[in-house]
Design a protein around this ligand. Structure first.
Ligand code: UDP
Length: 243
């Protein structure tokens, strides 16, 4: 099955924190990169797509790394969730500059800067054509923002999760180590599991599999890829129950 056969109207775009940082820069967030992402989101929005975004926080902080260096894991994870809020505000601001309505909903209440996460309100915003950025992950430690994307996609009835990454899809081996590695156009959840291909962490992955939400893995560094992915065009690899 091809991505282009699908008619995605409502999607969840997962942006890692690292996607917002310029490679090699000291700055955690690059305003130029965020602007480029916002422009691509505007194009897809103008085409009528309903867009939810889950942002990570890895450009600032990862709970597991801090915990490995001695910090209490739950506390370290709360710091990580706070980091996602900073990224969410930067993304919201850039999207609004492009004239697209955008709200941030935070899973940890922070009423001066964001709405609380309320599923019914998120659905209303999306139906009204407002972009919704989900911040603070699930609101609970020991989870990831990939799991947040899977959870929110299930809650708002999204047709797919679009995972913007540094690689252009899922390969049968690590393309950095094995030059003969080949990229899948489509692959099933089961095949990923049996071949131990890590697309997302296991919690996120099983949530997508169980709730039948396809994951599209694509390279966010290719111009227009975010717009094309949101519009359901063929980019990267589609992971689905049907392959
Ligand atoms: N996090 C968490 N619960 C969640 C989502 C995120 O505790 O539901 C924390 C966790 O410490 C994680 C950090 O927030 O390392 C940043 O999220 P993530 O690593 O998923 O960001 P990304 O890799 O996508 O930038």
């Amino acid at each position: 099955m091809s991505v282009s056969n699908r008619s995605f109207q409502r999607v969840v775009l997962k942006l890692s924190g690292e996607a917002l940082r310029e490679v090699g820069s000291q700055d955690n967030i690059s305003p130029e990169i965020v602007e480029r992402i916002a422009l691509e989101i505007k194009s897809a929005h103008d085409a009528g797509m309903e867009i939810a975004i889950v942002v990570g926080g890895g450009n600032f902080w990862r709970g597991a790394s801090a915990s490995a260096r001695g910090m209490d894991r739950a506390t370290a994870d709360y710091v990580g969730m706070m980091a996602t809020v900073m990224n969410a505000l930067a993304v919201q601001s850039a999207i609004e500059v492009e004239g697209v309505p955008c709200v941030v909903q935070s899973a940890i209440e922070m009423k001066n800067v964001a709405e609380p996460f309320i599923r019914r309100k998120a659905n209303k915003h999306l139906s009204d054509g407002t972009v919704v950025v989900f911040a603070a992950g699930t609101g609970s430690p020991f989870f990831s923002t990939d799991t947040t994307a899977a959870l929110r996609a299930s809650e708002v009835g999204a047709c797919a999760i679009l995972k913007a990454t540094m690689v252009d899809g899922v390969y049968n081996a690590d393309p950095k180590k094995d030059p003969s590695a080949t990229r899948y156009e489509t692959i099933s959840f089961r095949r990923c599991l049996s071949d131990q291909l890590a697309v997302m962490d296991s919690t996120a992955f099983s949530l997508c599999m169980d709730n039948d939400i396809p994951i599209i893995v694509f390279d966010l560094n290719v111009a227009d890829n975010i717009t094309r992915a949101i519009k359901g065009e063929d980019v990267g690899t589609i992971v689905t129950n049907e392959a």
